[in-house]
Write a protein that binds this ligand. Structure first.
Ligand SMILES: Nc1ncnc2c1ncn2[C@@H]1O[C@H](COP(=O)(O)OP(=O)(O)OP(=O)(O)O)[C@@H](O)[C@H]1O
Ligand SMILES: [Mg+2]
Length: 313
């Protein structure tokens, strides 16, 4: 079982800071290794800031609007509202000069960025154009954190109701068809072994399913390693119990042990509360590694058929 199979669109989402970008890089790298033509993308406000996800592939920053070649069969591009708008206008007007002039008009840019849905329409238009190009076997999208991701996921349906036809309507309709088909789109939710994040990941899965996007897999990331076996844990717990209330200072390990227990409880709940059709994966906390090595370790962990781990199943 793998996190995603050969869906043409893979959407990675989760709360802020849980490992979305690392997972996007790990999954894209695995797909690339298996011989596919891969495009790695991320949602960003514009093309000028350094790109977190491309940093995993040795490309920190680039300004191109079109996908850039990172390695043979591996491409990167940013999904940004301005690029999407430009592509849309270009398709609508079919005259490049006019489009560039139009986009330089501060009033037009302000207008396009003002209405809450316009920036996202640009993103979706750009994504659909990339899917239409058929240049890639698989497109991996590092989505923004939860709230924005839900807004993005729910938008196509709303817009399609208002604009069922025309250039935007057609593109959005195509996007909806792709995203609503689990053979073509896989969403992956990543979370941490803590009570709130696990609950929120279930809500996120639910919100996506309301947008007709199926979450194929959930990844529980940063599981702390458990240094104790069953007997050791038992004697440690007894020791800590005996000391409780004796007035002696708390042992240093107490907090760490509680932290482990909380993680294990969250792990249990992760397996209990997720909808049964969502495949589950676990990734340990890798300590002392830089972000690229973390992504490599994550890729290796997720490619192994047996889940790692500790704690009861
Ligand atoms: N399993 C892991 N073990 C150790 N470190 C990890 C693990 N997974 C991710 N990290 C580290 O956690 C940090 C956050 O990861 P990442 O940037 O992928 O999260 P994110 O969800 O994309 O964050 P943001 O919401 O800010 O975009 C990074 O420094 C990353 O290297
Ligand atoms: Mg990120």
């Amino acid at each position: 079982m793998s996190v995603v199979s050969n869906q043409e669109l893979v959407l990675v989402t989760g709360k802020g800071g849980v490992g979305k970008t690392t997972l996007t890089a790990a999954l894209a790298r695995a797909a690339h290794r298996s011989g596919r033509r891969v495009l790695v993308t991320e949602v960003a406000p514009d093309v000028h800031n350094p790109s977190p996800v491309l940093g995993y592939f040795g490309k920190a920053q680039y300004r191109e609007e079109e996908p850039v070649l990172i390695e043979p069969r591996l491409f990167g591009v940013r999904l940004t509202p301005p690029i999407g708008h430009r592509q849309f206008l270009r398709a609508a007007l079919r005259v490049r000069l006019l489009v560039d002039t139009a986009m330089k008009s501060a009033a037009l840019t302000r207008f396009l960025l003002a209405a809450p849905t316009f920036p996202e329409i640009g993103l979706i238009y750009q994504l659909v154009e990339l899917l239409r190009s058929k240049k890639f076997d698989q497109i991996f999208v590092d989505l923004p954190a939860t709230g924005h991701a839900i807004a993005l996921a729910s938008l196509p349906k709303v817009v399609h109701r208002i604009l069922p036809t025309g250039l935007i309507g057609d593109a959005i309709g195509e996007g909806l068809a792709i995203m609503g088909d689990p053979k073509r789109t896989a969403a992956v939710v990543i979370t941490l072994p803590e009570a709130m994040p696990v609950t929120e990941s279930v809500e996120l899965i639910d919100a996506f399913s309301k947008c007709s996007i199926r979450v194929a897999s959930a990844v529980l990331n940063k599981l702390p390693p458990d240094p104790f076996n069953h007997d050791e844990r038992k004697s440690l717990t007894e020791l800590l119990e005996r000391r409780r209330g004796t007035g002696e200072p708390r042992l240093l390990g107490t907090r760490e042990l509680r932290r482990l227990e909380r993680a294990q409880n969250a792990q249990r709940s992760f397996h209990e509360v997720l909808p049964p059709d969502v495949a589950r994966f676990e990734v340990p906390l890798f300590e002392g590694l830089d972000h690229r090595r973390v992504a490599e370790e994550m890729e290796a962990t997720l490619s192994r058929p047996v889940r790692p781990s500790w704690g009861p199943r």
